[in-house]
Every structure is written in structure tokens, then in C-alpha cells.
Design a binder for this molecule. Structure first.
Ligand SMILES: [Zn+2]
Length: 188
């Protein structure tokens, strides 16, 4: 019986492909083609986590629930003030369910242009970074996608799709999502 249980648990964790809803509130009017490309790149970044991102873009209010872990990200224009100088986005972990955040289009564009990489790539990595914070409900930074401040080398790697989530971050997201999907409440 114990063996069977272990086998079942292993099968569940090994094959677990978690679906997560990501609603993009495109207030900055990012062209649809760029949003689509950013979705493609961000989706690939979450493959090692075993996560399929179910995207939805919304012009007005975004629904906060989709029957699966749901995150709402604003693509913000110049009118939205970023809490931290130099940050490309932020997550509101202490507000409501901690599932809302924003990415600053002016900051993303400036960083992309300064390093000659496509805006869609930087947008994708910024979205992935904020999703990383919201999924783990942690403000912690590390390397790769979750680095606190990307430098020129990171930007070049983004352009070549060679910047990924660090192994510890992949593990932390997997653990958090397993807990979420099971409905286990976690300490804030
Ligand atoms: Zn961060």
C-alpha cells in the first residue's frame, strides 16, 4: 500500500502540468503583435516549472478568477508611477490575494532600446519576473529571471532566449503551485 501511494505521488508530481491564468490589462496600448510575442517567450520560460500559462488580454476590467491560480498584470503607460526607481515592474503581494502587479512599458522600452534587444523580449521577461514573485508570494531576488536588476549581459541573453529561471526559483514555484492547486493555505 505504501509502495502504491509513493508511486501515485510520484506519478502526480512527475506529470503535473499546472495551468495558470494570466490576465494582461493592456492600458499602455501595446500592439497586439508584441503582446503575442511576449506571451510566446514568457510561456517558454515557464516550461521547466511545468506550468502552462492561459493568457487573456482585457481592455477594461480584468476578471480576477478563472478556476485556476489567476494573476492580473497591468501593462502600464507613463501615467503609472513605479514604486522603485529603475524597476521595470512591481507586484502587490500584500494587497488582496497578492495576485496583481504591473509592468511599466516606458521602463521596458527604455531598457530594451538601451541594450538593442526587442521590446517584446524585455516585456516577456518582466512579466515572467512579476509572475515569479506572485506565484511564490515572495519579494526575494536571485539570478536569471528573478535577478533584482538586469544588466547588459542579461539583456543580451534575453535577446537570445538564454536567460532562464534559476533552479531554486523553479523548485519554489513548483512547490507553491502544488500547494495552491491542493487548496492548502500558506502563510502570508
Ligand atoms: Zn523583483
Amino acid at each position: 500500500m505504501l509502495k502504491l501511494t509513493i508511486a501515485l505521488v510520484f506519478a502526480l508530481t512527475a506529470s503535473a502540468q499546472t495551468e495558470v491564468a494570466v490576465h494582461l490589462h493592456n492600458t499602455a496600448g501595446v500592439p497586439a503583435g508584441e503582446v503575442k510575442e511576449a506571451m510566446r517567450i514568457a510561456g517558454r520560460l515557464f516550461e521547466p516549472v511545468g506550468v502552462t500559462l492561459r493568457w487573456k488580454t482585457c481592455e477594461a476590467g480584468c476578471e480576477a478568477e478563472a478556476g485556476m491560480p489567476t494573476y492580473v498584470l497591468g501593462l502600464a503607460g507613463a501615467a503609472v508611477e513605479m514604486p522603485l526607481p529603475g524597476a521595470l515592474g512591481f507586484s502587490m503581494l500584500a494587497t488582496g490575494k497578492g495576485n496583481r502587479g504591473a509592468v511599466s512599458l516606458p521602463r521596458v522600452s527604455t531598457f530594451a532600446e538601451a541594450n538593442s534587444v526587442p521590446v517584446a523580449a524585455v516585456l516577456a521577461y518582466s512579466i515572467a519576473h512579476e509572475l515569479g514573485h506572485m506565484i511564490t508570494r515572495s519579494k526575494a531576488h536571485s539570478n536569471g529571471v528573478m535577478k533584482a536588476k538586469w544588466d547588459r549581459e542579461n539583456a543580451l541573453r534575453m535577446g537570445q532566449s538564454r536567460l532562464d529561471f534559476a533552479g531554486d526559483d523553479v523548485a519554489a514555484m513548483k512547490a507553491a503551485l502544488v500547494a495552491d492547486v491542493k487548496g492548502v493555505s500558506r502563510a502570508e
